[in-house]
Write a protein of this length. Structure first.
Length: 87
């Protein structure tokens, strides 16, 4: 099973997801209202589990690292970066 690593960030009303699969990076970027259909459910779980790191001095306003399978089912959240403040 192939795992995909993701780095999500928000900036005002935009989002960016950088993803890595098999050593290849790809990126999705757009308005928050246009996020991919699989992403909001992962963000909801991250908020409840306090996995999102809110940045004290944006931008970005928050960061989230996580891993999914190829169907975009959440496998785990991974902690990256010590400069983030979890609130």
């Amino acid at each position: 099973m192939t795992h995909i690593e993701h780095r999500y960030e928000e900036r005002v009303d935009e989002f960016t997801v950088r993803s890595w699969r098999d050593g290849t990076e790809f990126m999705t970027h757009g308005l928050l209202i246009d996020r991919p259909e699989w992403l909001p459910r992962i963000l909801d779980v991250a908020k409840v589990g306090e996995e999102i790191y809110w940045i004290a001095t944006p931008p970005p306003s928050c960061l989230l690292w996580f891993t999914t399978d190829e169907a975009r089912n959440l496998i785990e959240f991974t902690t990256q970066g010590e400069s983030c403040t979890n609130t």
